[in-house]
Design a protein around this ligand. Sequence first.
Ligand code: MG
Ligand code: MG
Length: 621
Amino acid sequence: MKTSIATVSVSGSFAEKLAAIAAAGFDGIEIFEQDFLASDHTPAEVGRMVRDHGLEITLFQPFRDFEGLPEPHRSRAFARAARKFDLMTQLGTDLVLVCSSVHPAAMGGIDRMAADFNALGDLAAAHGVRVGFEALCWGRHVNDHRDAWEVVRRADHANVGLILDSFHTLGRKIDPDTIRRIPGDRIFFVQLADAPSIDMDLLYWSRHFRNMPGEGDLDVTAFLRAVMATGYAGPLSLEIFNDQFRAGLPRLVALDGHRSLINLMDRVRRREPALAPDLPAFPAPDTVLGVEFIEFATSETDAPALQSLLAASGFDRCGQHVSKPVTLWRQGGVNVLVNTATEGFAHTSFVAHGTTVSELALRVPDAQGAADRARALLVAGLDQPVPPGELAIPAIRGAGGSLIRFVDDQRLWDVDFRTSPAPQGAGLIGVDHIGQTMPYDEMLSWSLFYTALFSAERAPMVDVADPDGLVRSQAIRAGGLRVTLNGAEARRTLAGRFIEDSLGSAVQHIAFASADIFATAAALAARGFPVLQIGANYYHDVEARFGLDPALVARMQAANVLYDEDGGGQFFQLYGASRSDGFFLEIVQRQGGYQGYGAPNAPFRIAAQKRAARPVDLPRA
Ligand code: MG
Ligand code: MG
């Protein structure tokens, strides 16, 4: 099916929008009239510019306040339509969107409106164009696609059809399965948008908060499944009004848009195989089994401080890469790599960010399949030459330009590394979650990235209070991979400072799992692990809030362990002191199915980190 996007969805001048939309791989655009009026080009020039970019104009929109008008408004509306039909011919498009009227003089009556559309159909036919009718969910008399369809059905004109928009149907909580009864050839165009569930005025919600399918909370998949069941075969077009996207980089917004459409079509085809017997030639989303390794890029000079932190955390150096200056640090099945190469990808990461997590390797059932899915979803890959005798591990670009690798071959540690057995560690048994910090306006983008690539679930977004501003946190879980995306707007927040210091998005914290946090705390203390000190006020509160045993609270306080609970599960967490660039480690213990990340504790953690004003510099190993 053809993909399309409304010009209003992307920021920039008309030329910038076209370049971004073409580069993202769309087939066409909806021209938003405002965008055309604001440009200096003639209609014919605009049409040529669009076609020069390899795009077609799938729709001209909007034509407002047409149906149900008394005279003299009615005649004026027809005269206005004739002008726009001429303009469309010059632009080189044959379909216009008429949205349901909000005109104060507009009268109701399905038959009156149907008669107006029948007459408009004659006018359109004379100009060689077609008209699509869309129910705005705040329309004066028509605000439901079922009513718009009834108008179109009674208009009974070959040049008049229905336009569906997922926002208008789902935003009003209309059952999308009602679409299944509409004949597919009477649907002229389909617009897609998602939105976060916010209880607010429909018009305001639509104009400012729409986002890409998969980024919000509407069931756009159910909507498109119903559309596909009608036999509709026209374009699928994004119509996104979003303040953030209008200020964003046109190319990134357009790329996210196309990724969201590919993902949506893929999900629909896989759930409605009868409608699409030829499933797309790329693998289905899969789960992540676990984190195979985390690689830090650093330098010979900076490596000792990182290695001291790893040693204090219970890791032992027990391997060396066969051909690269990469050492393996291990405990309890957790693998951490320290890369001090002076060339190649890791070195570039170090130069850009300082000591940083440059690679995250995920254990998946099918590594090449996961990489192929990512590529099909327009994620860039990285093809590096593999020295003879070493394994080729597929890699894609993740947040902040870091790499995500996919591993399904446990020979990795025998083929690419020379290893020795890992001694007893400090009780860390896995990677619980990875905290990525990014500018707020990148959060939706990376949330879409993880949920499109994998079989994943998003938790509701939470606000975390930093003394100097708000940080938004979005947790995503894809099986054995848990990621928290932390978006900062204010520069003085810890997250905001981290973004400045590390020049963009990066992993700011890694949380390791322990099966016994108090035993781990004791083992860490014996190794000189620098723990973040938590004040007594916190413990008075947490004891009262959860009705905890004072003896347990005393142990927690002695070890600087924080506590949270949800629906029967308990969560213990312990933070390491922040490195001077803001990076820190966390150790957690989950019990009884706790699913959160200790968000209620985040303000206390941040305040304690800010109090520990002077960053801790570890002795060199
Ligand atoms: Mg629309
Ligand atoms: Mg955390």
